[in-house]
Design a protein around this ligand. Sequence first.
Ligand code: GLC
Ligand code: GLC
Length: 816
Amino acid sequence: MVNRFGYFDDVQREYVVTRPDTPLPWLNYLGQDDLFGLCTNTAGGYTFWRDAKLRRLTRYRYNNVPLDTGGRYLYVHDAGSVWNPGWKPVKARLDHYECRVGLGYTRITGAKDGLEVEQLMFIPPNEDVELWKVTVRNTSGERKQPRLYSFVEFAFYDALNDMTNYQRTYSIGEVVVEGSAIHHVTEFRERRDHSTMFACTAPVSGFDTSRDAFVGVHEGLHEARVPFAGGATGSIAHGWNPIGAHEVTLDLAPAERCELAFVLAFVQHGAAKFTATGSFDTSQGRAILERWSAPGVVDTAFAALASSWDRLLGGVQVTCPDEHLGRMVNTWNQYQCMATFNLSRSASMFETGIGRGMGFRDSNQDLLGFVHMVPSRARRRLLDLAATQLSDGTCFHQYQPLTKQGNADVGGDFYDDHLWLVLATCAYVKETADLGVLDAPCGYADRTYTDDGERESLLHHLETSLAYTMANRGPHGLPLIGHADWNDCLNLNCFSTEPNESFQTAGDVVGSQAESVMIGGLFLAAANEMGALYDHLERPDDAARIRRWRAEILAAVETHGWDGEWWLRAYDAESRPVGSSRNEEGQIFVESQAWCALGGAGTDGRARQALDAVEAQLTTPNGIVLQQPAYTRYHLELGEITSYPPGVKENAGIFCHSNTWIHLAWCRAGDGDRALAGYLSICPSAKQDQIETYRCEPYVYAQAIAGPDSPTSGEAKNSWLTGTAAWTFVVATQGILGVQPDHAGLRIDPCIPPSWPGFTIHRRFRGVDYEIEVRNPDGVAHGIRSLTVDGSRIDGNLVAAPPNSTHVRVEAVLGR
Ligand code: GLC
Ligand code: GLC
């Protein structure tokens, strides 16, 4: 389906943007290991190594005017006319523009007056270089001698300092130029052992490294002096703002084309920083440039990127009657899960990379959509996360990816955090059968250890997590909420009257009484997982103990968590109900309905009744709003949630992440029509005909869509880095398609619309390829009638891992 701005090319696994003036900048990510780039459809964005706050290589000014300004710019100077293939910043009228958003690359092509320039930007797997392969074609009937100018602005690594501390940064900038290699060496003399190199594989006719010389002081990037004048100045930056700019002069006969590449490298020098004479050692950079200048290497690296994505996505591939679900599962949803796993909530068009780093609850949830792709990286992440837990069970709410140290400004005391570690660990173990991870040493962030042997194991952390919730309950026996639970904005201990403080950290949680029904439901789910894990480990006493704990919380939830027609959301600091028909605003919330169902509360029919209440009161064509009625005034006792205008974000916005849990609950309830309808209501691929209202990228999920209470209803915000990515992948693959990793094998339990005749899915699981065919002759939603594994009928719905084959054929027939 085509909209005014582009279309999906499913065969190439690309989204093709056909005009540059999209409703918002549409973003893609480059890199998936250590080096990362943000790249918009007009080549905007920046590059960083591991940590967008502490190792930023190039500059980007967020929320600029125009919104997306600064990036990987190429200026073309052709017979006096100046333009960019990505349209920005000059915004000359192009004869042709196209941006192909691909898996780990963005390919922008612009053409004007018989000259076509293609800029393919990517970071090859396991390399610390970003490459821009540039192809220039003379499509005119005449000889052309265009000049190309590359342009990046260097950042001084610490992004916050770079944007704030000009009394220092204006004086420290230094570069070294050798041939086409522009080395950004600011702070190298002192403590850094790394530098940034921007170089070109073709001979250059000039360069600039001073922004004042290349752009000017009073000029904007759209009127930068050098490309308009048509002559580089050879400037060397001393302080102020170092940049990297090359001039390449071409000579193209009619129909002739040429290829070259720009290389942006993060160079790690280690201890050998200087030459024998004490100057900056350019040899590492020279070797990098030589390597990428050899014929064919850039293309080989691009092919390696493509095959790495073939492998990554190849673990789950589906053929099903719904085009959106198929497209998202096979390509874009998995792709987004890689980004959320890598970047948590750190760097996007809405997160500046200097804020949150890795979120504890966020990263645990992101892992759910990623673990099947690269289990070894998921394992590492689990151990890193566990190491930011404190010995009492609470967790640093965020940590910095470079240092892996908890963020002390935000601290802990969000009393859901630790429970997500249980869900993530169990998901990892079910995927991999790696029980050894439970014994892996982690240790607590508030203890010191002299060697690894002293560190408490991951299993110890899981026990500490569940025990923490058991020991920290309020007057109704429900879990205390702390600063907030999953809903960061439901701050029941905050009581802030001071605009200069953070809702998340203000307020004292010590001695607080405020309780969360959602954490109650989450605990039930975590305890189910833990009980099953102990069963699998054949530790019946531990399993029984966990189930006793679960029974206690279940009793509290079922006795004190029910409002009459749905689950309450919480009790506030004075033990008054929140999310109750007795409240004037905010009578019903989605999170507790979802988690009580997923945790197995209300099996007497109340779980179903609560889902029906969600359907009747919260469900809209664009998704499920977080609560109703929206808060119209600030409630001191509820905190940030009531600070937002009605209909946005946590105040009755469609917070997509929370929708996915209801979709999963519909799957558990066996209602495939509702599950798929819910799935599609927030699916970006299904927003093509309303893209001008929706505005965000049509290929990835956004955190929130404005709800009906907002004048901007239907508008999405905060795309890319959201827990929606991982959870919706769980909904689609484990809920709707029903392929569920379990300790003893792969469980097959789909929940589909009865109108579906069936589907097939390929699933790689513990190194074995499963070809699963599901048929639905009776037109049911749910329930396996027969299951055949490699031609033999089996009972139940669990396909046990085969003893010695690498390919397994599964045929499932649904029916009564
Ligand atoms: C944001 C946060 C996440 C939180 C959610 C709801 O997505 O990253 O941690 O759970 O908002 O408030
Ligand atoms: C704000 C946002 C919320 C996010 C939180 C993180 O409160 O509304 O979505 O989780 O910031 O600190």
